[in-house]
Ligand binder design. Structure first.
Ligand code: AMP
Length: 392
């Protein structure tokens, strides 16, 4: 009986444990919070990741380790990796924890990125704003997620406010200024690489964010096969450069038919939740297969899927459950503003059927604004669905 240890006990660990249960796996999770929602399904070790006693207790009960979030201190990941096999490796984790290191790797691999400049002082910010022009976005290099640790600078006069908000981080982890990209679409590649280097990607996903937080995903995205091929090639290059094992997501902006890389998430990803019902093998199962050295599952889509995130509180499940292709995921968390507490996936064989289901659910739950961009995209979609990119 293999026990998989997961650092971080949120919904990603919880869905991984649910996927792994049917493979006969056992799980142990470690989290800093006693009410981490994966703890409802697996033994939970509560402790600070820097606490070597807590980490040692966690290590003693597991055969292999992985993560459900990337902000585990690099030292803790390194320490654990010297005691139990750990995937992805600590170097991949460390690179994706630092926006500057990540962007430099993208550039090294020939992956286009928005223009960026490292910032470490108030004067440096003015120089960087003058160089990149406005609008631009100041971001913390470390510990940012879901739009946190970011400040939009509309004109040079905003630099004081941006520094007041984030300048304190300059000494701690550093800052980075990025040109604002007036993108037409946001896309992500969710992909998996096995221990022996086999690479598979799910079809490209289109994502819509509200206030920096994912609101809806549609997969497969309607994009030119050549664009999908380029996105997949970028993801493969990154995975190979980092000797990555497991599932990861590469988030991309699409503008004028070109792609710009935003960030790499070294873990299963919110934009891949649709794969639970919408693909032959889900991101959660494939992550476990990769980490354990098992054959990878097929990433082929089953029809077309839309994932809707529930943020702050759970709506009434009935309108989704009444749909033939409707699935409900409640993470067992208490309601709190801005918190991801669950999601729904609607799946259908045709675009018109999926758009209809989304409209019914949106109207019944008062979520018209959330479904609207996805419905618009589906109604715009070319009738020749066969032309859609499916990567494998
Ligand atoms: P991130 O944490 O970098 O993924 O940013 C969260 C969200 O903020 C992205 O998904 C975009 O919607 C938006 N965003 C981040 N960086 C940029 C940028 N350089 N230009 C335009 N929008 C951005």
């Amino acid at each position: 009986m293999t026990t998989v240890g997961i650092l971080g006990g949120g919904q990603l660990a919880r869905m991984m444990a649910l996927a792994g249960a049917r493979l006969g796996l056992r799980f142990s999770v470690m989290d800093t919070s006693a009410d981490a929602c994966a703890g409802q399904f697996a033994p939970l070790v509560v402790g600070d990741y820097r606490d070597r006693d807590a980490l040692a207790a966690f290590a003693s009960g597991i055969d292999i380790a992985t993560f459900d979030f990337e902000n585990v201190p690099a030292g803790a990941a390194q320490w654990l990796s010297e005691r139990v096999p750990m995937f992805p490796n600590p170097r991949a984790l460390a690179t994706s924890q630092d926006r500057l290191a990540e962007k430099r790797l993208f550039v090294e691999l020939g992956i286009p990125v928005p223009a960026f400049i490292a910032v470490d002082s108030r004067d440096g910010l003015d120089t960087a704003v003058a160089e990149l022009g406005t609008p631009c976005i100041l971001k913390t290099r470390r510990l940012g997620y879901d739009g946190k640790g970011q400040f939009r600078i509309r004109d040079a006069a905003d630099a004081d406010a941006a520094w007041a908000a984030l300048g304190g981080q300059a000494a701690a982890g550093g800052l980075i200024l990025e040109a604002f990209v007036p993108f037409e679409r946001e896309l992500s590649v969710v992909a998996v690489r096995s221990r022996d280097g086999e690479f598979r990607a799910w079809p490209l996903t289109e994502n819509w964010h509200v206030d920096g937080v994912l609101s809806a995903s549609l997969a497969p995205a309607d994009v030119e096969p050549a664009l999908a091929g380029r996105a997949e090639a970028h993801a493969r290059a990154l995975a190979e450069a980092l000797d990555y094992v497991g599932v990861f997501a590469l988030e991309l902006f699409c503008r004028d038919g070109g792609l710009l890389a935003d960030e790499l998430a070294p873990r299963v990803h919110n934009s891949g939740h649709w794969t639970i019902e919408g693909a032959e093998c889900s991101q959660f199962e494939n992550h476990l297969r990769a980490v354990l050295g098992l054959p990878l599952g097929a990433t082929r889509p089953l029809g077309r899927s839309c994932m809707l995130n529930w943020i702050g509180g759970m709506p009434d499940p009935r309108p989704v459950l009444a749909e033939p292709g409707g699935s409900w995921h409640d993470y067992g968390k208490s309601a709190r503003e801005g918190r991801k507490v669950g999601h729904a996936t609607l799946r259908a064989d045709g675009d018109a059927a999926l758009a209809g289901a989304l409209e019914r659910v949106g109207a019944a739950l008062g979520r018209e604004a959330q479904v609207e961009p996805v419905v618009r995209r589906l109604r715009q979609a070319p009738p020749a669905a066969a032309a859609r990119a499916t990567l494998q």
